[in-house]
Structures are given as C-alpha cells and as structure tokens.
Write a protein that binds this ligand. Structure first.
Ligand SMILES: Nc1ncnc2c1ncn2[C@@H]1O[C@H](COP(=O)(O)OP(=O)(O)O)[C@@H](O)[C@H]1O
Ligand SMILES: [Mg+2]
Length: 260
C-alpha cells in the first residue's frame, strides 16, 4: 500500500503546487512510482506547471462519476515514466466531489503507487477537508512571512482533528542573505513558532519563476537540490535540512536562459 500525503497550507500562493510537482519529480527520479492528485478543483494549476494540460482527457470527477476508469484518467509524465497526474475537475460544485469519494480514489491509487501526493487548494473549507480526508500524512507549506506562518499555525491545529499518522512543515522561499541580516525569519524561528517537525527548507530561486510556466526546475539548481533532499527525507524519514545561507545570485546558466 502506497503512502498518501497531502500538501496543504491555508494561505494561497506559498508554493503548494510547485512543491507537489517538484516533490513528485524527485520521488519518481528516486525510483518511486508516484501519482499526483490535483485536488484544487476548478484551477488545474498542476497540469499547467507540469506542462501536460494539452494531454488532459478525463479528470477526477469523470473517475468518481464512473464516466471513465481510474487508469484512463491518469497522465504519464513525458520525462519521468514513474510519474503520473490525476487532473482536477473543471466543475467545482458537484456533490460527487466529497471527502469519501476523494478517499476512495486515493485508496485505489495507493494500491498501485508508492506515493500518492495530493495538491490541496488554499483555504480551510470543503476543498481542504476532502483533500486532507484522502491522506494519511500531511506536509504544511509556509513562507517566512508572518501571514503565511499564522495560516500554517491555524492549519496545523485543524489537522490535529484528522486521523493523520504524521504532519511535517516545509519552509519555502527562504532567502539566506535576508535571514543573515535579520530581515527575514529563519526556518528555525518558524519551526519553533509553530512547533512542528521540519521536513524541508526550499530557498527562493529565480529558476522557479523562470520555469514555472514552462515545466520543471532542473535538479542542478539550488531549489532542485532542496527538493531532492526533501524527497529523500520523505522516503527515508530523515530530517536533513537544505542550507539556505549561501547568497542567492543569478547563475551563468540562468543568465543564458534569460539572455541577459
Ligand atoms: N522557492 C520559490 N522561489 C521562487 N518562486 C517560487 C518558489 N516557490 C513558489 N514560487 C512561485 O510562487 C508562485 C505561487 O506558487 P504555487 O506553487 O502556485 O502556490 P500555491 O499552490 O500554494 O498557490 C508561483 O509563481 C511559483 O512559481
Ligand atoms: Mg496551487
């Protein structure tokens, strides 16, 4: 039986979809058969981030309503044959999209995959509830900004009401130079404030901005390395944390990509 992990946050725009896609790629590269469920109904950001939106034929609602079989709705990634995506539904108000049906889909996928990663919508309403109900583990994403940390704290207390085996936190968009000048909260400050175990730290990285609409972040970038460490922590239960203290700079490679 595969592991079912929801990526959640409360606040929107902190990097849940980026993290879901990049963690999925890193898990697949590590040889783990991985499926990503886009539970952000109506927005379908995940297939855009992975550049597979043109391949979408069926979605999670088609599976739940019996219009297609689960296998028919899955899209295999071009670069990583071990990575699949179950696209989100375009309709947001179907009563079929509920916690029980999401759980059934995730359970069915867990029979054939090592990892089922669920990209949760922002907010703490129905969409949050059905995505979290489908998982056994949660990763809460936050950024080093006070509003995101507050929302992460709220979400962590909500998650304690679910039957989850483990809950960890990822601090995204950390800028080592700002942390060292005392201008930004460090990952350690955040982990202490919300009292939750850190599973990963991801630096602010221009590569993510450059590649976010054009596919995936290469692994030889700073954030690529951070995602690889995160995936290895998730697989092995280790807690190695990426060191963001190196000053971020526009590398030669990204300059070539941007033509500057
Ligand atoms: N570590 C990072 N460095 C730079 N930009 C990032 C990073 N993480 C996310 N982003 C950018 O932040 C924006 C929001 O990310 P997204 O994953 O869509 O958030 P969410 O799914 O939580 O709403 C995107 O434009 C993404 O490219
Ligand atoms: Mg998203």
């Amino acid at each position: 039986m595969g592991r079912k992990i929801v990526i959640t946050s409360g606040k929107g725009g902190v990097g849940k979809t980026t993290l879901t896609a990049s963690l999925g790629i890193a898990l697949a590269e590590a040889g783990k058969k991985t499926v990503l469920i886009d539970a952000d109904i109506g927005l379908n950001n995940l297939d855009v981030v992975l550049s597979i939106e043109n391949k979408v034929v069926y979605d999670i609602l088609d599976v739940i309503s019996g219009k297609c079989r689960l296998k028919q709705a899955l899209i295999q990634d071009v670069d990583n044959p071990s990575l699949y995506v179950l696209p989100s539904a375009k309709l947001s108000d179907s009563p079929l999209l509920n916690a029980a049906s999401f759980r059934n889909v995730a359970d069915a996928l867990a029979l054939n995959f090592d990892f089922v990663i669920i990209d949760c919508p922002a907010g703490i309403d129905n969409g949050f509830h059905r995505a979290v109900s489908a998982a056994d583990e949660a990763i809460v994403v936050t950024t080093p900004h006070i509003s995101a940390v507050r929302d992460a704290d709220k979400v962590l207390s909500l998650l304690s009401g679910y039957n989850l085996m483990s809950v960890g936190i990822v601090v995204n968009r950390v800028r080592g130079d700002m942390v060292s000048r005392g201008e930004m909260m460090s990952a350690g400050d955040i982990v202490r404030a919300v009292r939750c175990e850190p599973v990963g730290v991801v630096p602010e990285d221009d590569y993510i901005t450059v590649y976010s609409s054009a596919g995936r972040v290469p692994f030889d970038t700073v954030s690529g390395r951070a995602f690889k460490i995160l995936a290895s922590n998730v697989i092995n239960g280790t807690r190695n944390i990426f060191d963001c203290s190196a000053r971020p700079r526009l590398s030669a490679k990204i300059r070539r990509f941007l033509g500057v």
